[in-house]
Design a protein around this ligand. Structure first.
Ligand SMILES: Cc1cc2nc3c(=O)[nH]c(=O)nc-3n(C[C@H](O)[C@H](O)[C@H](O)COP(=O)(O)O)c2cc1C
Length: 184
């Protein structure tokens, strides 16, 4: 929780959405977070925008979905984050984040979050064939070293339909809860 947070102000959660098949269900996480008294803003990768009902999400959160960098001098569209949940997180974004690549706004925010000490939880969603790539294991190891909280869910079998019904969106909030309450 940021030092500026007053007792009456709700903590602000960034939900970072990547271009995975279940991204369209991110409303489940947004609703769960709001029920737990978070204010929520969504940051989508450019690829993820095509998976989302942008209007519905913006109506639900009350904030524009951010996907691109603002122009220099333009106001910040979202308040600063007290915590970040990346859900779903793709193979692509996880590997680039761990490698320190910031070529999307989402990655820029994630790369900076470590230095800012913002509690961050990631829910990867990918198949086991992608997860077998050696870079992926190394990326998760590096993210763990950085203090990132990683979900317990296992990659699904390729061509299995994805196991979207078993994806526990609320695990992001469960992972963040101890970190956030510690700072209050
Ligand atoms: C319909 C569809 C479903 C996809 N599902 C996944 C997925 O579940 N996990 C994943 O890592 N990539 C998935 N991809 C591939 C990513 O969209 C692709 O790697 C993209 O470059 C990721 O961009 P991002 O990480 O910037 O969001 C999918 C692509 C499509 C077209």
């Amino acid at each position: 929780m940021s030092d500026q947070l007053s007792p009456s102000k709700k903590p602000f959660l960034y939900v970072v959405v990547c271009a995975a098949g279940i991204a369209g269900d991110v409303g489940k996480l947004i609703a769960a977070a709001q029920e737990q008294q978070w204010d929520v803003g969504v940051v989508a990768t450019p690829q993820a925008l095509g998976f989302l009902d942008v209007q519905a999400i913006e109506a639900r959160t009350g904030y524009p979905i951010r996907s691109a960098w603002r122009s220099p001098g333009a106001p910040r569209p979202l308040p600063p984050a007290d915590a970040i949940a990346i859900a779903p997180a793709t193979f692509n974004t996880i590997n680039k984040w761990a490698a320190g690549i910031a070529d999307t706004l989402a990655l820029g925010i994630l790369c900076e979050a470590h230095g800012l000490g913002i509690p961050t939880a990631v829910l990867p969603y990918l198949n086991s064939a992608m997860a077998a790539h050696p870079a992926y294991r190394q990326s998760l190891g590096r993210l763990r070293e950085m203090g990132v909280l990683i979900s317990s869910s296992e990659p699904h079998r390729p061509k299995s339909g994805g196991g979207a019904d078993r994806f526990r969106w609320e695990e992001a909030l469960e992972l963040l809860a101890p970190e956030v309450s510690e700072r209050q």
